[in-house]
Ligand binder design. Structure first.
Ligand SMILES: [Zn+2]
Length: 162
């Protein structure tokens, strides 16, 4: 049954990866991440639900827009695959736990930041600052649970000694 969850987290991660692409593309431009629905950057045609399946649609359409035929960057399916893979790995590391929630949150934010950094060499504060505030709140709310993450554990024992 463990494989079932690993695969489920991979698929769900890939769907989130699709949303990561939307965020990475729109946040630096100051556009809404919720509206309008995904559209082709070349012709502006809205992407149908059936053509918006992570990775699969890219392969079926041969990496081209269905309406205008312009090439769609390989970075979109790569980010979907990467997010799916990291979600599956995070699940297999932590299982169904609170740590899994932290892990998925941080990994997803870091992929958004990396994608924007790769595109335009900027780490935008409007992603970084909310992520830092949420991280600080999580550390305050759940200090006991988060100690099980080795890096944090080392940091806190370092503080205790110092
Ligand atoms: Zn198009």
């Amino acid at each position: 049954m463990d494989y079932f969850y690993t695969i489920a987290f991979f698929i769900f991660g890939a769907v989130i990866g699709s949303f990561v692409n939307v965020c990475a593309y729109r946040i630096p431009k100051g556009e809404s991440i919720a509206y309008p629905p995904s559209h082709c950057p070349s012709c502006g045609e809205a992407i149908r639900y059936a053509d918006n399946i992570p990775v699969v649609s890219y392969l079926i359409l041969g990496g081209k827009c269905r309406s205008c035929g312009s090439r769609i960057s390989l970075k979109y399916p790569i980010i979907e695959l990467l997010t799916g893979a990291l979600w599956a790995i995070t699940y297999s590391r932590f299982g169904l736990s609170l740590e899994l929630g932290y892990g998925l949150f941080f990994i997803t934010i870091l992929i958004v930041l990396s994608a924007i950094d790769y595109d335009i060499k900027i780490i935008p504060n409007k992603v970084l600052i909310p992520a830092m505030i949420i991280s600080a709140l999580l550390l305050v709310l759940y200090p006991l649970n988060i100690k099980t993450i080795p890096l944090i554990e080392n940091l806190s024992s370092g503080w205790a000694i110092g």
